[in-house]
Ligand binder design. Sequence first.
Ligand code: ADP
Length: 383
Amino acid sequence: LETNEILGSGIVEKIGMKGSCLKHMRADGQKILLEGEVLEHQTAIEYILGVLTSKRHGALKSLEEIDAVGHRVVHGGEKFNKSVLITDEVIRKIEECIDIAPLHNPPNLSGIHAIEELLPSVPQVAVFDTAFHQTMPKVSYIYPLPYNLYNKYKIRRYGFHGTSHRYVAEQAAVKLGKPLSRCNLITCHLGNGCSVTAIQNGISIDTSMGFTPLEGLMMGTRSGDIDPYIVLYLMEKEDLAIDEVNSLLNKQSGLLGVSGISNDIRLIWDEANKGNDQAKLASEIFIYRLKKYIGSYLAVLGRVDAIVFTAGIGENDEIIREKSLADMENFGIIVDKNKNTELNRQEGEISTPESKVKVYIIPTNEELAIARDTKTIVENHRT
Ligand code: ADP
C-alpha cells in the first residue's frame, strides 16, 4: 500500500436476487463480468477471492499476498468512534447495533465471517460510516423527543458517510495548507445518498443524516426532512403498513418522487431541458434544500475555510454546485463559473481569488480511506 496503487477493483451486485453478477477491473484496465446466481455473501467473497487470484484475470498471485482485509461497516452506534481491529468482542458490538441498522449490519457481518472462514489468519479491520460523527455534541445529536427514548432505544442522530466526509476533509486541509485540526469546513457528499457535514477544527459537529440515512437533504429516492406528522396522516388516509411507508420515504421519494422520472440527476436535467416542469421542480427543490443546509452550517460554524463537493453529483454536476452557492457573496462565497465548468469531474478549487471561503471539488475515495486505516491499525497491532 506504500504507493496507494490500485491492483484491482470490483463489486458483486444483487446478492440473493435475480441477475446477480461480479464485475472486476484490473489496474491495466482489463474488465470481466461474471454472471450467475450469487445467493449469499459468503459465496460472493469466495468468488471475489477466486477472481483476485485467477491466473487470467487476477491481480494477485495467491491469497498469501493479502496482509489484511478492511470492511466498511455502516453502523457503529455509540460503540465506535474510530476504525478498529476486528475481534470477537468487536463482532459482538456490531451485532448489538443490528437493531438500529437492520438492513446494513447483517450483510457487513456476513462479509466479516466469510473472510474469517476463508482467510483465517488474516487480520480484519472495521471502518464505520458513523464513527467520524461521534464527535457531535449532544445539542446536535439529541432529538427534541422525550429524553427517555434516547436512554431506552438509543434514538439520537448518528450521521453517515463518515468515511467520505473525513477523507475529503483531510484532502481539503492539504489544499488549505494547514492542519485539519485548524480547519472549519462544510463537506457536501452528494451521491445517491446525500449528506452535508459541519466540521469545526477538524471534527464533525453536525451532519444532515440522523438516526437513519433518511434525514436531511433531498436524495435520489429518499425524502430527507419532512414534517413527521405526514407519516401518521398517510398511514391513516392510505391505510399504509410500516413497510409501505418505509418504501415510500426511502425508495419512492426524493428526485424520483417529485420528478416521476428518475433518481438520476442526469435524466432529470434531460427532461427539465425539454420543458418538463416536474423535473425542473425536482432539481430546484434539491438545490434549495442543499443551500439551506449549507447556510445553516455557515451560521453554526461562523468562520468557514472551505466548502467541499464530492460523490456522483458533487463531483460531476456543475449546475448543482453553482446554483447551491449562488448569491452568497455576502457570506464570502464566490464561485468562479468558468473554473467550475473547466474543472468539472476533476479535483480543484472553483472559487474566485476574492472568495473568502474556498470552494473545492474533491473526488471521494472511501476505499483508499478504508485501506489506509486498515494498514495503520494492523501495523500498530503487530508492533
Ligand atoms: P452512491 O451514493 O450510490 O455511491 P454515486 O456517488 O455514484 O452514488 O452518485 C450517484 C449519482 O451521481 C447518480 O444518481 C447521478 O445522479 C450522479 N452522477 C453520476 N455521474 C454523473 C455525471 N457524470 N454527471 C452528473 N451526475 C452524475
